[in-house]
Design a protein around this ligand. Structure first.
Ligand code: SF4
Ligand code: SF4
Length: 358
C-alpha cells in the first residue's frame, strides 16, 4: 500500500507568512490535529541550527502549524535534544539561548522551548526493542513523556548518512546523548591527551570504571567502556572525542531502528513535515552559511517517515537532474530507507498529492 505524501511548492525568498500558510495546509491535510486532545503534550521536534548556520527552518515558517496545535492543546512545546559534540547546543541553557538568537523567541513562536534530554543531556528513557539489532534505544525523556509529535525537518545532505531528513531527525535527533553515541559508534570515545587537564571529573561519572589515570592525563579502557556518553557530557575541556568509525551502513540502520522506537511510542499521533528549502551539502549542525545544492523545491508532509524522505530525495533529484547528495558525499543514503522499510518504519511507495490551496 502506498503512503500519501502532500506537497506544496515553495521558495525561501517567498514571504515567511506565505511559507507558514503552506506548511499549515500540509499539516492540516495530514489529520494529526484532529487527534490532539486538550491535555496532550505535543512536541514540535525541530533543529534550531548551530550558531552561524542559516539553513535551519525559520521560526516564522512554522507559526501557522503552532497556531493550529495551540487551538487543540496549550501543552505544545518546541524541542530538540542536546548534541553529542561540545558546542552551543550541548547543554540546555546555551541551546535555548541559541534558539532565541535564531528567532525562536516566545513572542514569535508562542510556545516554550524544552530541551528534551535535560540540562546536560542525561535525561533519557530506555525503550526495549524486540527482535531488532539494538536491544534497546535511549531516547530523550521529554519526547517519550509526550502524547503527540510534529516532526519538522530541514532536508540536507550528511557526512555520515548521505541524506539527513525525517528518519534522521527522529532517530538521531530524538536520541539522548547516550543514544547518539550508541548510533555513532560501536567502539568507544577516546581522550585527547593534549587537551586533558587531568581534573578527574570524568572518572567520577564513568559507570564502569573504564577511565583510568595515565601520565598527566586519563585514558579509556575499551574493554570496559559501554559507550554511555557520560564522559563526553562532563568533560568541560572537550578532551574526550568520539571515534567516528561506525560505517555509514550500520549507522543508518541503527538510526532507522531508533526512529522506529520513537514512532512506535506515538502510534498514530505523529506526523512529518520536510522543508526542502536551502538544501545544503551538510546538516544544520554546521556553524556556517552553506550554499544550496539544488533549487528550492517546497514542503512535503506525511504520516510515514520513510515515504516523506523518499519523496524528498526524489523531488530533489528530479529538480537537480542528478543526485546532489551522492555528489556531496559518496554515501549510499538509500540504506536508511531500505532498512526502515524492512523493519516496518514505513514504505518507499508513495502517492504525491500536490495541494493548490493554502
Ligand atoms: S574530565 Fe576531561 S579534562 Fe578532566 S580528566 Fe576527564 S578527560 Fe581530562
Ligand atoms: S562512554 Fe561511558 S563507559 Fe565509556 S569511558 Fe565514557 S563514561 Fe565510561
Amino acid at each position: 500500500m502506498k503512503s500519501k505524501v502532500f506537497f506544496i511548492k515553495a521558495r525561501r525568498d517567498e514571504a515567511p507568512q506565505l511559507i507558514s500558510r503552506k506548511a499549515r495546509a500540509i499539516y492540516l491535510a495530514l489529520g494529526l490535529n484532529e487527534k490532539i486532545e486538550p491535555e496532550d503534550f505535543v512536541a514540535l521536534k525541530i533543529h534550531f541550527g548551530e550558531k552561524g548556520n542559516t539553513g535551519h527552518i525559520k521560526p516564522q515558517w512554522i507559526t501557522g502549524i503552532i497556531d493550529e496545535v495551540l487551538k487543540k492543546s496549550q501543552r505544545a512545546f518546541l524541542s530538540d535534544s542536546n548534541t553529542l559534540y561540545i558546542g552551543n547546543r550541548s547543554n540546555s541553557v546555551e541551546h535555548i539561548r541559541l534558539a532565541w538568537s535564531h528567532g525562536f523567541t516566545p513572542d514569535v513562536v508562542k510556545v516554550p522551548i524544552i530541551i528534551a534530554d535535560g540540562l546536560v543531556g542525561r535525561e533519557k528513557v530506555e525503550v526495549k526493542m524486540e527482535g531488532s539489532r539494538i536491544k534497546s534505544s535511549r531516547i530523550a525523556s521529554a519526547f517519550l513523556n509526550s502524547d503527540a509529535m510534529v516532526c519538522l525537518t530541514h532536508v540536507t545532505g550528511h557526512v555520515q548518512s548521505g541524506v539527513g531528513a525525517a528518519i534522521k531527525n527522529l532517530g538521531m535527533g530524538c536520541a539522548s546523548r547516550a543514544g547518539k553515541l550508541d548510533q555513532h559508534s560501536v567502539v568507544h570515545p577516546r581522550v585527547n591527551a593534549k587537551q586533558c587537564r587531568n581534573c578527574s571529573i570524568c572518572l567520577d561519572y564513568c559507570p564502569t570504571g573504564a577511565i583510568v589515570q595515565a601520565q598527566g592525563h586519563v585514558m579509556i579502557d575499551d574493554e570496559k567502556c559501554i559507550g554511555c556518553g557520560e564522559c563526553l557530557v562532563v568533560c568541560k575541556f572537550g578532551a574526550i572525542k568520539m571515534k567516528w568509525d561506525e560505517d555509514s551502513r550500520r549507522l543508518q540502520e541503527k538510526m532507522a531502528e531508533y526512529a522506529l522506537s520513537v514512532k512506535s511510542h506515538f502510534k498514530d499521533k505523529i506526523c512529518f513535515l520536510n522543508f526542502i528549502l536551502q538544501v545544503t551539502k551538510d546538516c544544520d549542525c554546521l556553524a556556517k552559511n552553506q550554499p544550496a545544492i539544488v533549487e528550492d523545491v517546497g514542503i512535503v508532509g506525511s504520516l510515514d517517515p520513510v515515504a516523506v524522505d523518499r519523496a524528498s530525495v526524489d523531488l530533489v533529484n528530479k529538480t537537480a537532474g542528478k543526485d546532489p547528495f551522492r555528489e556531496g558525499y559518496d554515501i549510499d543514503w538509500s540504506v536508511q530507507l531500505d532498512y526502515g522499510e524492512k523493519i516496518g518504519l514505513g514504505t518507499q511507495k508513495y502517492e504525491l498529492v500536490e495541494l493548490k490551496e493554502f
